[in-house]
Ligand binder design. Structure first.
Ligand SMILES: Cc1ncc(COP(=O)(O)O)c(C=O)c1O
Length: 394
């Protein structure tokens, strides 16, 4: 498929190879690949069996190496990242983060990790990586090209997440990647918030782009799946590491995720519109000190969002103007249309109180912070719900 197509068209066309959706030469085909459930795959003879080695996407080999359902999703995700060569799939976003990191580090190395990184990734670095002799240094999300000053002899990789989890600092990704390329250091980014539709991470200079497809790409709060998309230079190592870790992705989950991908554009545009309406309303409320939404000027790094992204999604945080942490908890519990849950990216609105744990960046607020995911409900209903709870804040 031509890479010249616009991203919205690619969402519709990508990964739809005839051999994965067709019934055979001249017999037409179906729109979506079927769910190919398989562990054992049979060969006609030993020559064919040997020809399937080493395992590769597009050739039936063994269940762990996937079948057309998984290959179609992986190819579609690769096509959404111009400049990418490969995508590997995982049973969750957290598994994708861990596999991407293990692709680039070795014993004795140091990895620089953004301080606003997703909590489970942070814990993976501080516990598992540490056990294997890899050190982690956390850096301020706003460091930009200043990252050069942190790179030492043992630094092998830089992990970015933009915007950051819960506090939404937008990073100067091209500046950090340019420094890393010059010094021969790998860059990985958690691109879950924007998805490749709103931020093309590989084109911006990243070597590996991680997405928790559990969120917006699945989009319906009913599937767990992660992906890592990589450049040609990292393709073989990512592929090998993934196989050696024994990852397998369920065909049912790949099918659901591919189905979600096809409607990503319309859903994200509505999340963006609803999210901005609610965020702008919240910004004017006397109980709210700051709205941390990448598309609003209050957000650290807003200028990088305006320069590099083609849209905003529905996830942002509000910082209250004073109050105990328990006041944020009660605010969330009083909401009726917002669910209380850890995830985001589905069609439904969610609210989550949180206290950021940071070591390297100055953005640690004493006041309660609440993360909101704005779903596909009518924004005025959400505003009325928020207004009723805010009126009792304190
Ligand atoms: C930014 C980010 N990355 C990765 C993950 C992990 O994804 P999963 O829940 O599919 O393991 C999450 C989950 O909340 C997330 O918010």
């Amino acid at each position: 498929m031509s890479k010249e197509l616009r991203p919205e068209t690619r969402l519709v066309e990508a990964g739809r190879r005839k051999e994965w959706t067709g019934l055979g030469e001249g017999k037409g085909g179906i729109v979506n690949p079927a769910v190919w459930r398989a562990s054992t795959m049979l060969f006609d003879d030993v020559v064919a069996m040997e020809a399937a080695n080493p395992p590769r996407d597009g050739t039936l080999h063994y269940g762990r190496n996937g079948a057309p359902t998984q290959w179609a999703l992986a190819e579609a995700l690769t096509e959404m990242e111009p400049g990418a060569a490969i995508t590997k799939l995982y049973s969750s976003g957290a598994a994708a983060c861990a596999a991407a990191i293990l692709t680039v580090v070795g014993a004795g190395d140091e990895i620089l990790v953004v301080d606003s990184v997703y909590g489970t990734t942070r814990a993976f670095c501080e516990t598992t990586l540490k056990r294997f002799g890899v050190t982690t240094r956390f850096y301020d999300p706003m460091i930009g090209a200043g990252i050069a000053g942190l790179i030492g002899e043992k630094t092998c990789a830089i992990l970015l997440e933009s915007p950051g989890s819960n506090t939404f600092e937008v990073q100067d990704v091209p500046a950090i990647c340019a420094v890393a390329r010059e010094r021969g250091i790998a860059t990985l980014i958690d691109n879950t918030w924007a998805t490749p539709l709103f931020f093309q991470a590989i084109a911006a200079g990243c070597d590996l782009s991680i997405v928790a497809c559990t969120k917006y790409i699945g989009g319906h709060a009913d599937v767990m799946l992660g992906s890592v998309t990589a450049t040609e230079a990292w393709a073989e190592r990512l592929d090998r590491t993934t196989r050696m870790l024994g990852h397998a992705c369920s065909p049912d989950d790949a099918w659901l995720t591919l189905r979600g991908l096809r409607t990503l554009d319309v859903r994200l545009r509505r999340h963006e519109e609803n999210g901005l309406k609610v965020a702008r309303w919240l910004k004017e409320r006397p109980q709210i000190a700051r709205v941390l939404h990448p598309a609003l000027p209050d957000c650290p790094g807003h200028e990088y969002w305006a320069r590099d992204f083609t849209g905003a999604t529905g996830l942002f945080s509000i910082v209250f103007d004073g109050g105990e942490p328990a006041a944020g908890d009660r605010f969330v519990e009083r909401l009726e249309l917002f669910g209380l849950g850890y995830s985001w990216g589905g069609f439904e609105s969610l609210a989550l109180p949180h206290v950021p744990k940071r070591t390297a960046s100055p953005n640690a607020w004493e006041e309660p912070i609440v993360r909101l995911h704005i779903g596909l409900e009518h924004p005025d209903d959400l505003i009325e719900d928020l207004a009723a709870s805010l009126s009792r804040y304190g």
